[in-house]
Design a protein around this ligand. Structure first.
Ligand SMILES: [Zn+2]
Length: 121
């Protein structure tokens, strides 16, 4: 069943790095430490080993979807040389995924929870 309100709610909670079930508790402690469970509702964040492989796809897709058009936009509008473009986008492709790491995991968790909320609490 398609529920746009529930999709938007899941994605907003993912973007805000909050638990997809209750929407209140943060899912990370610090920058890189993912909590095992939500401290408020008890939802397990890592459901099984290898669960966050999908988050790597989210991170990769976001990086490519920004870098590839970014290259062509800068090539057209700024006229940067190929060497400068490679330097710029090479650095971007290293730094952006590190920054986006938490968001990719949170968005993956939110999407998975949207499609399969059936974990017992
Ligand atoms: Zn929760």
């Amino acid at each position: 069943m398609f529920e746009p309100g529930r999709i938007a709610q899941s994605l907003l909670r993912g973007i805000r790095l909050r638990c997809p079930r209750c929407g209140h508790a943060p899912i990370f402690r610090g920058w890189f430490v993912l909590l095992a469970r939500c401290p408020l509702c008890g939802l397990a964040f890592e459901r099984e080993p290898g669960y966050f492989v999908g988050a790597m796809y989210v991170n990769y897709a976001a990086t490519v979807l920004l870098a590839l058009p970014g290259y062509f936009v800068l090539d057209h509008w700024a006229g940067l040389s190929l060497g400068r473009q490679l330097l710029l986008w090479g650095a971007f492709c290293v730094i952006f995924p590190l920054w986006f790491y938490r968001y990719s995991k949170s968005l993956w968790l939110a999407m998975d929870y949207f499609f399969d909320p059936g974990e017992p609490s």
